[in-house]
Design a protein around this ligand. Structure first.
Ligand SMILES: Nc1ncnc2c1ncn2[C@@H]1O[C@H](COP(=O)(O)OP(=O)(O)OP(=O)(O)O)[C@@H](O)[C@H]1O
Length: 246
């Protein structure tokens, strides 16, 4: 479970307020979506959760652990698929994943077992032993996911996971995220695509201009906004449709 309380992050000596008093809960066994237009503060929020950035103020707990106090413990509890997929291009997909397994302290037998698992469920058999230089977006995302989840973390953060993916790969990714949910994991993803949250997310946290504009289930958001459907609810709640429509 993730608890974020009044997180705030500014840049450029306080001139850019990227995240302003953001609070939300993301539960185990659910997919929570951070939805907002470009520049809303989603990536900055995610980066604070996975300890790449420290908040100016506010607090968070991941399975009760404070990342500021115990960053290494949090890193072990989390699987992170960041916005830049950053693979080592001179290594094969398998070697990229194996390297992360070693960083997580897994033994070789366990690493190979996990790689075989991901090659099967993410359909990577055709390219697992190819160098990642020249990989398509979809292939890169699959390697990034396998790498992030090699140590079987309970909480999974994905920043814009379906960016650049075609329809078939997006569908496969959704199936995989639903499987993580069924296993009882806490899955949090950020996106600016409302169809994505409508199809996948149990709870939606709408972020606009660094603040939480609304949060709840799709049905609750529709009721809060007094609109007839989710799309109109989003537009009403953030006060604009700029950057939101895919
Ligand atoms: N390192 C930084 N230095 C200065 N400004 C930053 C930095 N990182 C983020 N920002 C600013 O903070 C705001 C929020 O950015 P962020 O990347 O969190 O948004 P986002 O919701 O993830 O957007 P997108 O959908 O475009 O990725 C933006 O105005 C951005 O320019």
């Amino acid at each position: 479970m993730i608890e974020a309380k009044q997180l705030r992050k500014t840049f450029n000596k306080g001139k850019v307020v990227a995240v302003d008093e953001v609070s939300f809960l993301a539960m185990d066994g659910q997919i929570t979506g951070l939805l907002g237009p470009n520049g809303a503060g989603k990536t900055t929020t995610m980066r604070m959760l996975y300890t790449l950035l420290s908040p100016d103020s506010g607090s968070m707990r991941i399975d009760g652990i404070d990342p500021a106090a115990e960053p290494l413990k949090v890193k072990r509890a989390l699987g992170v698929v960041p916005d830049s997929r950053g693979l080592y291009d001179r290594l094969t997909a398998r070697e990229n994943i194996r390297y992360y397994g070693k960083l997580q302290g897994l033994d070789e037998a366990r690493i190979e077992e996990r790689i075989e698992y991901f090659a099967r469920v993410l359909d990577m058999g055709g390219f697992i032993d190819r160098k990642t230089d020249g990989f398509s977006q979809g292939q890169r995302v699959k390697v990034a996911i396998a790498r992030a989840l090699i140590h079987d973390p309970r909480t999974v953060l994905l920043d814009e996971p379906s960016n650049g993916l075609d329809v078939m790969t997006t569908r496969a990714l959704r199936g995989f995220l639903n499987e993580l949910k069924r296993e009882g994991r806490c899955v949090v993803l950020s996106t600016h695509i409302m169809q994505e949250v409508a199809a996948l997310c149990d709870r939606i946290v709408i972020i606009a201009k660094g603040r939480v504009a609304a949060q709840g289930t799709a049905q609750e958001l529709i009721e809060q906004s007094g609109q007839a459907n989710l799309e109109d609810a989003f537009v009403k709640l953030i006060g604009s449709d700029e950057g939101l429509l895919a």
